[in-house]
Design a protein around this ligand. Sequence first.
Ligand code: DAH
Length: 340
Amino acid sequence: MKEKIKGILSEAMQTLQAAGDTQALNDLRVRFLGKKGSVTALMKEIGAAAPEERAEMGKMINDLRSKIEEAIEDALRKIKNSEKKDRLASERADVTLPGHKLPLGSLHPLTIVYHEIRDIFLRMGFDVHEGPEVECDLYNFEMLNIPKNHPSRDMQDTFYISDDVVLRTHTSPVQIRTMLREKPPIRMICPGRVYRCDDVDATHSPVFNQIEGLVVDKHVTLANLKGTINSFLKEFYGENTKTKFRPGYFPFTEPSAEVDATCSLCGGEGCPACKGAGMIEVLGCGMVNPVVLTGCGIDPEEYAGFAFGLGLDRLTNIKYGITDIRLLYENDVRFLNQFK
Ligand code: DAH
C-alpha cells in the first residue's frame, strides 16, 4: 500500500510539473482526486484491508489527497499570478507618450473681431442685446424717424418680405425694441446680420454685419458720446489712434457725426486701404433724436441718449488688411485657417 501511495504521489507530481495551464490542472484533479480517480480508488481498497490496518491506511491516503490538493492549488496560484503579470504587461500604457492631436477649427475673423469689440464695451458696462433679422417696417424705419420718402427705403436698398415687414437694413431697430422694453438707464450694444439689396463686389455684399450701440440716461451729452467712441477706438486700434468727428446726417440722431480713425494699416502715413488719406471712416453716431425718444415713451426733457453704428465687416477687413469682402462669406478653409 505504501508503495502504491508513493507511486501515485510521484506520478501526480510529475504530471503537475508538465501542466502548464488551468485546464491541465483541472484534468489532473479529476484524474487523481475525482470520483474515478486513482486516490479515490485507493480509498475503496481500505474495505478489503485488515481492520487494524484501516485507520493507518485512511490516514496515509488522506495525507496523499491533501498533498496533491495543495500542490494543485499552489500551481493554480502560480499560473494565475503569471497570467495577471502578462495581462498587466500587455495592457500597460505609457502615459508620458504625446497624445494624438485632433484637428481643430478656428474662429471666423468676423467672430474674432466681434469678440474683441464686445469685450471692450462689456468692460465699459454695456449689455449685449439681440433682435430679429426679419423686422417690422415700423422699427426698421418709421420709429427711427425715417420718413416714407427717404432714399434708404427705396426698393433697391431694402428686401421687403411684405408691405410692413423687411429684412432689417441696419441694427438700429434694436434701439427701438430696447427703449420700448426697458426704462433708462440703458447701455447696450447689439451685433447682427443686416441685409441690403446690393450686387456683390469687393466692397458690397447683400448680407453684412453691424454693431449698434445705445446709451440713454439723465444728463447724457455729446461729450459722453465722444469720450465713449474715443476710448473704444483707442482700445481697439491702439493708444495712438486719432479720431475725427465730421458732421453727418442720420434721421434718428441729431446732431449726427461720421467718425474717422487713424488708418491702422499704415498708422496714418497713407496707403491703398485709406486711399492715401491716413484716416479711415469707421462709424456713424449721434445724439438720439428727441422724436425717437418720445416715440418710445421716453421723455426727452428728462433723458438724453447717444447711439452709434459700426460696420463689423469693414473693421475686420481693415484690421487684417483684407481687400475683398467676399472672402468673409465664401468660407474657403485656406482663408479661414489663417486666423488661428
Ligand atoms: N444705422 C446706420 C447705418 O446703417 C448706422 C448708424 C449711424 C447707427 C448713426 C447709429 C447712429 O446708431 O447713431 O448706416
